[in-house]
Design a protein around this ligand. Structure first.
Ligand code: DP6
Length: 327
């Protein structure tokens, strides 16, 4: 009753921000992302009849909040298997957590894959995507590699809210240059941030209504490998999400001064004809998405921006997979 799995974070190009059901963690709109290959979460799950409770250690630490969220996803898998056995879960990231690098995405994708393997349930990727979504909405997308679209679905039970692959990583390679502008934990988590946005931002309704059109443009841009089109719609989605959050009461501001400086630098590169665009999630880091031959130049430019603490580079990678134990 043991398995180890690995998954990578993803970067949303068309953002998910808002829920239609909190209990089942159903998104209010779809989203679209690229899965990375250079950052990893490895998770082992060991169901053990001698345990009185789940024992969850993430990056060497026990955190009650995290344990509750992991336990809730394990409960769904236990129900499928018809058992009540508790599990020992060990998870490690090789990148900074809680800094807007979506460690919950790779974390819950790896957890779903490992628990499925440990229990020998033989669930397919779509079912794993639904289970990972219960842990974190963006995790549903990290089950798959390359270009991935998440469906909002319309069913009350959430069985049609899952991700699907659009295009392989190798078919259209991109490089993501991540400028770390702060290692501090983010001020407000995505769950609370989404709830506050929905309750208090006058632009929330318009934001959600605008997503399907952005998704259609992004899907067409990916099918045509049209970088310019993908750049324009991705930046528009990112800025619309942050604009909507700026209009919340109190305003939700994930950026710092360096975040904006990096965006300005990327706009200057674009003006020079460099194939790059920016996106920013629920944190101050800037992700510069570029064609692979522009990556070194983009990385050098971002390293020179005052306040940038670190620059990471990643290509696009695969979805979650079992490393040890049954797949
Ligand atoms: C800004 O997936 O972390 O990164 O479902 O509440 O766990 P929960 O939210 P989460 O939100 C991700 C928000 C985002 C945009 C995105 O990844 O689409």
């Amino acid at each position: 009753m043991y398995a180890a799995a690995e998954a990578q974070p993803n970067v949303a190009l068309i953002k998910y921000w808002g829920k239609r059901n909190d209990a089942l963690n159903l998104p209010a709109a779809g989203s679209l992302s690229i899965t990375l290959d250079a950052l990893h979460t490895q998770t082992t799950v060991h169901f053990d009849a001698t345990l009185a409770d789940d024992d969850v250690v993430v990056n060497g630490k026990r955190d009650p909040d995290q344990a509750r969220r992991v336990g809730a996803v394990l409960d769904l898998l236990r129900a499928r298997a018809g058992i009540a056995t508790r599990a020992r879960v060990r998870s490690t990231n090789d990148f900074p957590t809680s800094a807007g690098l979506a460690s919950s995405a790779s974390g819950f994708a790896a957890l779903a894959a490992a628990a499925n393997g440990a229990l020998g349930l033989g669930l397919d990727a779509r079912e794993l995507s639904i289970l990972a979504r219960r842990g974190s909405g963006s995790a549903a997308r990290s089950i798959f590699g390359g270009y991935v679209e998440m469906a909002a679905g319309t069913r009350d039970d959430g069985e049609d809210a899952f991700a699907s692959p659009l295009l392989d990583a190798s078919t259209w390679p991109l490089t993501v240059v991540i400028a770390i502008t702060s290692h501090a934990p983010k001020a407000i988590g995505s769950r609370a941030g989404m709830r506050a946005s929905q309750r208090t931002s006058r632009y929330y309704g318009d934001w959600i209504a605008s997503v399907p059109n952005d998704l259609a443009i992004a899907r067409a841009a990916i099918a045509a490998r049209d970088f310019e089109q993908l750049a324009a719609v991705s930046e528009a989605s990112c800025l619309a999400m942050h604009a909507m959050m700026l209009a919340a009461h109190p305003a939700i501001i994930y950026w710092n001064g360096t975040t904006l400086d990096c965006i300005q630098r990327i706009r200057a590169l674009q003006a020079d004809g460099v194939n790059v665009f920016f996106t920013v999630d629920a944190g101050p880091q800037v992700k510069a998405v570029c064609l692979p031959d522009a990556a070194a130049h983009v990385a050098d430019a971002l390293r020179e921006v005052a306040g940038v603490e670190d620059v990471l580079l990643s290509g696009l990678g695969d979805g979650a997979r079992v490393l040890e134990g049954r797949a």
